[in-house]
Design a protein around this ligand. Structure first.
Ligand code: ADP
Ligand code: ZN
Length: 768
């Protein structure tokens, strides 16, 4: 033996033994990776991005974790103090996913998410992989049979008839064949096969196969709709594309803010940009708010791209699994979906588009509390892929990033076809006289008259009221109390059609009491106007018209949303009224009047973004009219006509709104100036929650670096939801980093005691 090979055998088997070590993270709060030894039988088959089964904790219970790295380590500590002590490392039990579920870039992105959103890597990873993929929905383990070589070589003679038939079937097939297929073809039962297995005539293996459900078998994966004719781009669209084009061609990271008024043809710009990407064999992800994933939107994409996957929340686990696999296999050109589609496992991503980027539904309100827009920008940066953010009313954070030059703003200031923006008129409800025909109605006289005119001229009308139910509160005129939910610090809403008082915090229903349950002295006063009451009022005034309400109460049945929209489009509905469900993204050319019943619903919420939300809602709903050949009109009922958010929305004047609002935000030191993190603790015992938050605040204060401000703790604006008391505190700093560092150092030392749950929200959207 040469010296060389002796040396080799020593490094392999001697004191410097090398073992494979897998780093594994778990779906639990704030954890570090754990190291496991890869046992000999698994060496080479454990890879990063796989789920693995490993023993965890004192009881060594088998737990699923995500393998994030595999390294070679010296085994012997005595020989190498930095090495691992083989005897102390537990062994990986088994590998779950082969091939790995998660690729390198997604590992990298989730690692960033964990550090940015102050959660664990395992929690971030768990959010990326849909449940249907994790449980392999729509597939099953099938027993398949094959014939061992030695039997094939010398087929035993004198077998019973059925066994011989089964063997013949198997020998004829080149692949292992399903048990049921063999039985069918050989006309034998499973008993016959069991006997043959015992005698070693056949081998059984388990294989995972896709189960084709009947509905799925009928559904053409991508029916071929007629191909769309591409419209000639407008001058502004052409200019926008000219700016995006070079970046697409080079394939590098850049963020564009496509700031275009409603109806300016933003979607057309996305479609053209995606076409360029797809033409070079790359893929695009398009995020839209869940509420905008209408058949109309989907059709627009289908007509331009044959191979698209639509990921919406109504997909079954097995459909989601199937889409995920075809995206990962590179079979899809364009992924259109809501928030979580930002994690679509594309192979050659070339572009990410986020439509209506200001929408709050892009923020996930459970762990990990990520914002899909910001994750998209980070994914684009890591992959060197451009990102387009589109909106008529960009979020102030996005606007600020454009101001600072981080994003490039591209403006579309004109509607397509030089259609004018609709004319918006305010109705000052403080001075409106009650309508003599309907004195307590939701409609003011000017709005009722405008509706009559529009309908008479053959136009359609949309009415927005962002409140569900009939009466929005129930009050005792004697004691002044407002009826609240037992479990929540929330006023009950009267749903008249269902004869119930319903809590919109926890959905509990109670029968409306006839007298005040608190003082028992008086009948109750029912007040406030919700969408159900608006519908009643519109029917009273326009009984001969077809009226349809659209809110989460009337749109419970699957498909009802689409059905109503297509009825409306076909002109079979005259008045469509509803909550914000009708405000967003819809494109109905025949709508000539939009009425906003109460523009102030969000204005007085204790949320620093209240004005921004109000501006966005009014501007968006106003954008639903005047999209056809006839000009549109908007009437806005308000008690605060002078509020800058409402005044600016009337003039479609985003620029003056942001100018004023940014000044206020800067003075208050709230985003987009500086960053914020919010901690919310909840538990059944109010005092215990308060005390825990006080302790946590003390720890945070003493560990805080200069420039970090702590506000609170204080009771949350909604103190109680579902029987749990809520306290919160806020951390603010000029940048996110010191906040994240502080959370990472203090939270593990101050775990919530039993009975209390702590939520950490970096860049919070919800402030209630
Ligand atoms: P946005 O997304 O900005 O609201 P859309 O892309 O939906 O605007 O465009 C508004 C309407 O104008 C749509 O009906 C669309 O088909 C049409 N449109 C868009 N671009 C063009 C164009 N270049 N030529 C003709 N029609 C267009
Ligand atoms: Zn409740």
């Amino acid at each position: 033996m040469s010296g060389l090979s002796e040396n080799q055998s020593e490094t392999l088997f001697g004191g410097d033994d090398v073992i494979e070590v897998a780093s594994v993270v778990f779906n639990r709060p704030l954890d570090q990776p754990y190291s496991y030894r890869v046992p000999e039988r698994l060496v080479g088959s454990v890879r990063p991005g796989q789920r693995v089964r490993v023993p965890l904790g004192r009881g060594n219970s088998a737990t699923i974790g995500y393998c994030v790295a595999v390294t070679d380590q010296k085994a012997d500590v005595s020989a190498n103090p930095t090495g691992f002590d083989r005897s102390r490392l537990k062994d990986v039990i088994g590998v779950i996913d082969d091939p790995p579920l998660i690729d390198r870039s997604m590992l990298d992105l989730t690692k960033w998410m964990a550090s940015y959103y102050a959660c664990s890597w395992g929690q971030a990873l768990d959010a990326v992989v849909p449940a249907g993929v994790k449980n392999q929905a729509g597939t099953r383990l099938r027993t398949c049979l094959s014939v061992p070589e030695e039997i094939r070589a010398a087929i035993p003679e004198g077998l019973p008839h059925k066994q011989a038939a089964a063997l013949a079937v198997l020998i004829a097939s080149t692949e292992p064949t399903g048990l049921d297929d063999v039985c069918r073809m050989a006309k034998c039962g499973p008993g016959t096969i069991a006997l043959m297995r015992k005698r070693g005539l056949v081998l059984a293996v388990k294989r995972r196969v896709r189960e084709v459900s009947e509905a799925e078998a009928d559904e053409p994966l991508n029916d071929e709709p007629e191909r769309a004719v591409r419209p000639e781009p407008t001058v502004e669209q052409a200019e926008a594309l000219a700016k995006i084009d070079p970046v697409l061609r080079e394939g590098k990271f850049a963020v564009f803010l496509l700031h275009g008024v409603t109806g300016s043809g933003k979607t057309e710009v996305y479609l053209s940009a995606i076409e360029r990407v797809v033409a070079t064999g790359r893929e695009a992800i398009v995020l839209v708010p869940e509420i905008s994933l209408t058949p109309q939107t989907i059709r627009r994409f289908r007509r331009r791209f044959p191979r698209i996957a639509v990921l919406h929340s109504h997909l079954s686990d097995s459909e989601r699994h199937r889409h995920w696999r075809s995206i990962a296999a590179g079979e899809i050109q364009v992924v259109v979906g809501a928030r979580s589609a930002v994690f679509a496992p594309t192979r050659r991503l070339g572009l990410i588009v986020i439509d209506e980027e200001h929408e709050t539904s892009f923020k996930q309100e459970t762990v990990p509390r990520y914002h899909a827009r910001d994750v998209a920008v980070m994914r684009g940066m890591k992959l060197g892929v451009p990102v387009i953010l589109g909106s008529a009313t960009p979020a102030l954070e996005t606007w600020r990033n454009a101001e600072l030059g981080r994003y490039e703003r591209i403006a579309l200031e004109e509607r397509v076809g030089a259609r004018p923006m609709p004319h918006v008129t305010l109705i000052d409800m403080r001075h409106e006289k009650p309508d003599p025909e309907h004195p307590v109605g939701a409609l003011s006289v000017p709005l009722r008259i405008a509706m009559t005119e529009s309908l008479k001229a053959g136009g359609q009308v949309m009415l927005l009221l962002n409140r569900r139910g009939f009466h929005t509160y129930v009050l005792c005129p004697k004691c002044g109390g407002v009826l609240k939910c037992d479990q929540c610090d929330i006023a009950l809403t009267h749903h008249k059609g269902r004869r119930k008082l319903i809590c919109h915090g926890c959905d509990r229903e109670t029968a409306p009491p006839s007298i005040c349950p608190a003082c028992r002295r008086s009948n109750l006063h029912y007040g406030g106007i919700g969408a159900e009451r608006l519908e009643r009022d519109v029917r009273l005034a326009f009984g001969d018209r077809v009226i349809q309400r659209m809110d989460s109460d009337t749109m419970r049945a699957p498909g009802s949303h689409e059905r109503v929209l297509s009825e409306f489009r076909a002109g079979r509905v005259d008045v469509l009224l509803g909550t914000q469900m009708i405000a967003k993204g819809l494109d109905f050319p025949n709508v000539t009047l939009v009425g906003v019943i109460n523009a102030d619903t969000a204005l007085h919420l204790p949320d620093f973004r209240a004005a921004e939300r109000t501006f966005q809602l009014v501007a968006q709903v106003a954008g639903r009219t005047g999209r056809g050949d006839r000009p549109g009109r908007v009437l806005v009922q308000t008690y605060a006509p002078d509020h800058p958010a409402i005044a600016a929305a009337v003039n479609h004047d985003y620029l003056s709104f942001v100018a004023g609002e940014l000044k206020i935000r800067r003075d208050q030191g709230v985003p987009p100036f500086g960053r914020m993190a919010r901690l919310i603790a909840r538990g059944e015992k109010e005092l215990q929650v308060r005390e825990y938050m006080n302790r946590l605040a003390d720890s945070l204060r003493s560990a805080a670096t200069e420039g970090v401000r702590l506000l609170g703790p204080a009771p949350a604006p909604v103190l109680k939801i579902r029987g749990l008391f809520r306290f919160h505190l806020q951390l603010r700093a000029a940048s996110a980093r010191p906040l994240q560092d502080l959370l990472r150092s203090v939270l593990p030392e101050n775990p919530a005691p039993r009975g209390i749950e702590l939520a950490t929200d970096v860049d919070p959207i919800s402030m209630l």
